[in-house]
Design a protein around this ligand. Structure first.
Ligand code: C5P
Length: 426
């Protein structure tokens, strides 16, 4: 989605560069809008290089937009605001999914609150219908001033969101509240603000596991599996996009995990067990997409096992079944139990086995996955699954794991909706 990142003239302006990168990591496109004084703190060229878009610094100047348009005329037709020589704030205002201003000075807060539109950013605020999120940053006395507080209240009453400034050393040498929030916090708030307003996952706690586990045989060898973590990562990213607070428990993967509110890296089934049981407390949804080892060496060697002439026998013992344990714990939990979603990776009798597993483990949903197909399951970008619930079964045809993740979360949202309608059964 396209986000307008307003940068105003505070010392924290340099942090906006990191905010911009964070938004891009979430797959968003950013157009930077700088006030005149912001450009004295950070050069517009910095944002232009990062966003790969013209930076808007003035309401009037044709600026570099026109030149870039000439170079990339193929893109111009899809982006009306870029296709004009002069900058059209109304066109941008229609095209953005969010107006984020970080840092936001007392001056700009005052203008927004009072409808003053004397530059591009302040005009954009009035012209857009997109949600608005401000990360104020200023000296602590300024922040505490009645005038600023009143303006903040006016904006809050209008539905504007805020990323609270933190306490700490301020550029002016004082210690107090007013320092721009840290970039990851601003990015998280922006991602949440972009979540579809009607998503039932908004504000919920979702725990997702991903990847394989490695069970050590000795210090250099292990028993692992082919899981890449892609499916779990896609679920974590999609849950976050819908506004959930996501804890991702990830086994050893080569793939970098997506941004999450908390990432716990684990290696073995035992470590995953501990992380999930800890994290499931207070979770609204637990999705176990990880391929957890069912067996682990009973007695891992502390030194490398030397080869010998004859065969080697390894004794394996069962690992704890994490999901089954969560399923068993449900009736005893006073605080309401999370929705439990498991995966059933099968190579034969996929649906009957998945159904049996769902019942045996006490799950709400099970995602049946035929891993014998080349285009589904382990270590590929696509998947085809069947999501099985108590009363329904949904076939999710072959598509990217990102879209499969969206389909699975749609089912989870349906369950949340049903629970809300019949709380006694939850
Ligand atoms: O019984 P099976 O291993 O096929 O069940 C798969 C589901 O159970 C997956 O969701 C997996 O993450 C979970 N699982 C678990 N603990 C284990 C093994 C599997 O939670 N020890």
């Amino acid at each position: 989605m396209l986000i307008a990142l307003g940068v105003t003239g505070g010392i924290g302006a340099y942090k906006a560069v990191e905010v911009c990168r964070g938004l891009q990591k979430h797959g968003h496109d950013v157009v930077a809008v700088m006030t005149r004084s912001a450009a004295r703190f950070v050069g517009p060229v910095t944002f232009e290089a990062i966003t790969r878009r013209p930076v808007i610094t003035s309401q009037w100047k044709p600026g570099i937009n026109t030149r870039l348009r000439a170079e990339r005329s193929d893109e111009a037709s899809t982006e009306p605001w870029r296709s004009r020589g002069d900058i059209e704030h109304i066109a941008i205002a229609d095209g953005i999914a969010l107006l984020l201003v970080a840092p936001c000075t007392a001056n700009v807060i005052g203008k927004f609150a009072n409808g003053i539109a004397d530059d591009f950013l302040t005009s954009l605020y009035l012209a857009t219908r997109a949600p608005v999120l401000l990360a104020p940053a200023m000296n602590s006395n300024m922040l505490a001033h009645e005038a600023v507080q009143r303006n903040l209240q006016v904006l809050a009453a209008r539905g504007v969101g805020f990323v609270e400034p933190g306490e700490g050393y301020l550029a002016c040498g004082w210690i107090g509240k007013g320092r721009l929030a840290e970039p990851p916090e601003i990015v998280s708030a922006a991602v949440r603000a972009l979540a579809p307003a009607d998503s039932l996952l908004r504000g919920r706690r979702v725990l997702v596991t991903a990847g394989p586990t490695y069970e050590d045989i000795d210090p250099v060898r292990y028993i692992g599996n082919r899981s890449s973590g892609r499916m779990g990562f896609a679920l974590a990213a999609e849950a976050r996009r819908r506004g959930a607070r996501v804890t991702l428990v990830a086994g050893p993967t080569r793939l970098a995990p997506p941004a999450a509110d908390e990432i716990v890296r684990v290696r073995s089934a035992a470590e995953m067990h501990a992380a999930v049981l800890g994290g499931a407390e207070g979770a609204d949804v637990v999705i176990m997409a990880a391929a957890v080892a069912d067996y682990t060496p009973a007695d891992p060697a502390s030194h490398k096992v030397s080869k010998q002439d004859g065969p080697l026998t390894l004794t394996l013992e069962r690992t704890p079944d994490i999901l089954a344990e969560l399923g068993r714990a449900r009736p005893r939990r006073a605080s309401g139990s999370p929705i439990l979603v498991g995966f059933a990776a099968e190579t034969a009798d996929v649906i009957p086995r998945a159904r049996e597993k769902r019942t045996r483990k006490g799950l709400d949903l099970i995602v049946a996955n035929d891993v014998s197909r080349a285009d589904a399951g382990f270590d590929v970008g696509t998947n085809v699954v069947t999501v099985i619930g108590d009363e329904r079964q949904r076939e999710v045809p072959l598509q990217s794991k990102e879209r499969v993740a969206a389909a699975i979360l749609d089912e989870v949202e349906d369950l949340l909706r049903a629970r809300a309608a019949a709380p006694a059964r939850a």
